[in-house]
Ligand binder design. Structure first.
Ligand code: FES
Length: 250
């Protein structure tokens, strides 16, 4: 396949950035998208040019490290992670435009790499449970209703890639935050911190500069792990209840 790439070059958050163009001939249609970028970088390196910086780690759709806006879509034309996308999703002669996640809360580190540590700080603000040290308790020592276990598991599938933020016209991280709040809030083990968790994680989300949610649903439509949009409603219900409980306790 012959593919023309237009890729974003940016040397840090203050650099205005620009696009560069390169044509690759002989791209294997069965190559993964990141393998195609590896070939691009080998060519750039051989020509004495700087390789394009992009993130990846597991390359198996598990870690959430990869993430590129491909022809305007976070992770590209398929509902999967960038590392699980293959060149057979494109046609011979296609032009592919590559951009980093664009969000105020995700400053560009270099080229297609962004700093997603804002997500880590949201999790640090409440994405944990109290545990007693000692031997691990039996798995069924606390029974969990099947409906809650399934919903919690769906939420826990979030890999924190940030595609939801990149897709949202407001740059909101509500789908991410709702997944992290609700996967613990639906389980008995998550109850001790439940009322503080939702309040603190949302406060941190605002502090990081993410936009507000206006229910466009763009986030859920691109999520490679199909995190359900309804989790945002569950988070909002949890927030209202938590604020009420806290107000009564004053
Ligand atoms: S590199 Fe781990 S999910 Fe893509």
């Amino acid at each position: 396949m012959k593919i023309t790439l237009e890729f974003w070059r940016q040397n840090g958050p203050e650099d205005p950035g620009h696009f560069e163009k390169r044509t690759l001939t002989n791209v294997d249609e069965h190559a993964s998208f990141l393998e195609m970028l590896d070939v691009l970088n080998e060519e750039l390196f051989a020509a004495g040019e700087e390789p394009v910086a992009f993130d990846s780690d597991c390359r198996e759709g598990i870690c959430g490290q990869c993430g590129i806006v491909i022809n305007g879509d976070p992770h590209g034309p398929e509902r999967t992670t960038t590392c699980q996308l293959h060149m057979r999703s494109f046609k011979d002669g296609d032009k592919i435009i590559l951009e980093p996640w664009r969000s105020k809360a995700f400053p560009v580190i270099k080229d297609l790499m962004v700093d997603r540590s804002a997500f880590d700080r949201i999790v640090q603000a409440g994405g944990y449970i109290s545990v007693n040290t000692g031997a691990a308790p039996d798995a069924h020592s606390q029974l969990v209703p099947k409906k809650n276990a399934d919903r919690s598991f769906e939420a826990a599938a979030c890999i924190g890639c940030g595609a939801c933020v990149a897709a949202c016209p407001n740059g909101s991280s509500m789908l991410f935050t709702s997944a992290k709040v609700m996967h613990l809030g639906l389980l008995p083990q998550g109850q001790p911190e439940r009322r503080d968790r939702v309040v603190n994680m949302l406060a941190q989300q605002d502090e990081e500069g993410f936009g507000g949610c206006t229910n466009t649903g763009a986030c859920a439509s691109v999520c490679p792990k199909e995190i359900p949009f309804e989790l945002i409603s569950l988070l909002n219900r949890d927030l209202m209840k938590s604020m009420f409980v806290k107000a009564r306790a004053r």
